[in-house]
Structure formats: structure tokens, C-alpha cells
Design a protein around this ligand. Sequence first.
Ligand SMILES: [Zn+2]
Length: 157
Amino acid sequence: MAQLNLEPPKALIIHCGDPRFQKAFREFKSEKLGLEEGQYIPLIVPGSVASLCVGTFLPKNLKIMREQIELLLKHYATERIILINHEGCRSYGAMVAKLQHVLTSDVNAKQMEDLEFAAGLIRQISQRYGAHPKVELYMARVRKEDGEIVFERIGVG
Ligand SMILES: [Zn+2]
């Protein structure tokens, strides 16, 4: 039985709900980011930050996700924001396919760009609530040799 956790969360973490990656995400959060369940707010959405970045083309997705993030950051001024995209993301693939007439870049390049773009957007939202969180960006990739999922740090936030 668990009791109500009254500790304020240290981080907001956004990643995809792809079941093939959940175990790797959980291990990464605990072992590499040093965050245990209850110490962070998990925002698990298909395609991770994708909806924040295709707003011009899919405004409904953008609006919903933006509102969720605003609400969370308004209530919890977390010190860290961690955004993770992953290789072979079907949600991303579907979105890019839908937007093929406007997007020329490949999915991987788009995912990398989107992490940076989403970081900027979330920073703006945080600042509106007087917070200046550290934004960390990661790309989860499947290592060819052994199928192990490795996390590549993108840029520095
Ligand atoms: Zn995915």
C-alpha cells in the first residue's frame, strides 16, 4: 500500500507511450537521470513532443498538449524538464506521412529538430510562471549490435 506523496516533483518528463521502450525509459529515468517514480511528473503521449511541433498543421493536437503542459507548469515549478524522442516512433512516422506535402526532412532529422523546438516553447511557458528550468533533450536509439536501447543527449539546455 502506498501513501500520498507530498514531495514536490523535481522534473517534468515527456516521452512516448510505445510499449517497446517503456522498460528502457524506466531504467533510464532511475539510473541515468536519478529520478524515481513519484519524483517526477510523467507526461506520456504518442509521439512525445511531436504534437507541440506540428501545430501549424495539426492545431488541435498542439492546443491540447500545450494546455496540459501549461497546467502542469502552473502548478509545479519543476527544476528540470526532460524531453525524450525515440527511434522507430510510429506516431512520428504517421504524423510525418500525413504531412508529406509540407515536410521534406526524414523522421529522424525531424525528431531531433523538434526536441530543440519543443524545448524553446516549454521554456517560454515556464518563464511565464516565473520558472527557469533546465531542459534536457534525449534521443533513444536501438544499438545495432545487441538491440540495447541507448540514450543520446541532444544539445545542451
Ligand atoms: Zn513513439
